[in-house]
Design a binder for this molecule. Sequence first.
Ligand SMILES: Cc1ncc(COP(=O)(O)O)c(C=O)c1O
Length: 475
Amino acid sequence: MSRAPYVGLHVATGARRATAADIVASVQREISAGALPAGSRLPPVRALEKQLGLSKNTAQAAYDELVARGLVEAREREGVFVMAASRMEPPQPIVHVPLPRLVPPPLSRSDLPGRGTIALSTVFIDPELLPTERIADCARSVLREKMPAQYEAQGYRPLREAIAKRLQARGLDVEADEVVITTGSQQSLDIVARSLAVKRVACESPVYAYAKLLFESLGNELVGLHLDPFGGIDLDLWDRTLATKPSLAYLIPSFHNPTGYSYSSGELRGVLELCQKHGVAILEDDWGSDMMSDGEYRPMLRMLGGKNVLYVNSFTKKLLPSLRIGFVAASPELVPTLVAMKRLSTLGNAWLTEAVVAEFLERGYYDTHLQALQRALDTRYAACLAALDELMPEGVKWTRPGGGPTLWLELPRSIDLPALEAHLARRGVNVSNASAAFLGPAHLHGFRIAYAFLSETEMRTALTIVADALRALSR
Ligand SMILES: Cc1ncc(COP(=O)(O)O)c(C=O)c1O
């Protein structure tokens, strides 16, 4: 039987000897460009070996990979042939079914403003300060192990153990069995809110907007706990609000988002007592701890109020946002329901990222990373405060959180915020509109300042632009 003639293959590698990956990429490129039509016969392994000066194993590995990708087929004693593209023309639908009716998007904005824009209000940390190389090392080492077939709905056990150990070191009585790993702390808020028998939640106003919108979208009635970051908490007012018997108070007692406020010791105690008095459970979101030095020494509600306080934290900001690893620590009797709710929404999360973070913690990288991060953020924070002192006009004030990634800049009421936002946008500075953070009318008038994200130079540039805009708009 005579064999079909084979096509010539051009593998571009410059002076370097071709690898299996080069051959795969070239064949793939030529197929998509239409240069290798279906049925074309690729050169036999021997011919490729000779042409490119490679080992037989390399050529064979490339062909095996092309077969695995479904691009070519190996026919016994005939050779290796390009397969027909599997794309089918979609048939015309026979009936046009209606679209489902959806609610309007609760808040549509992108995660980060575009390139070339200074993100003055973002809650993220500058990616330059994040340990991407070491995370990649951990990922490579994890990938050398065999992927387990099964996932754990509660989260990868070694990671839960490492988290419990870290929390114990911070003075919290937490066991690995009480930790549920989630896709960011956002999913922790989600599974807790879904699990509530009574759909009534109290939160600070203003509050982290995506928590408010999440609770609302799950059918919870929200009651606002008025927070004035310049005056502190009015416990009598909170007493009256909590007397309306929400089932849960969602609280951010340290480096509050968006105001940067931290409860005083008296307020921590007062809030715990009010919750006890009115039978209100607590969900504590400790999102901003560990970012600046000494931040981890602040007492937490979970520390003072014991195991009944649900405690949420996350590695996303401090380690790498794209890993999306957060967790909730809960009293043992709540864990089965929380895990069941997580199972309903995701069945379980990806083992891989959980294993990478576990490896990162196991190697002790997290502590060295935090030390370097805290030093860098201490410096940026001090520079931000100095620039504000120097540049801001009369009538502007700001919080001094000393932790977390952002502070609140409060402007005179005479400044028209939408006009200011537009003015700043034209000068390449993006500030986020905080109106979605309030329950009811806004009692603050300003926006967040992101000292964890911007370099000192960018911060100075942005604050100079803000100060100029404030002077221009108050004329
Ligand atoms: C206060 C607060 N809690 C929770 C989250 C959710 O973060 P993640 O899901 O990335 O852990 C954020 C995000 O910005 C936040 O600001």
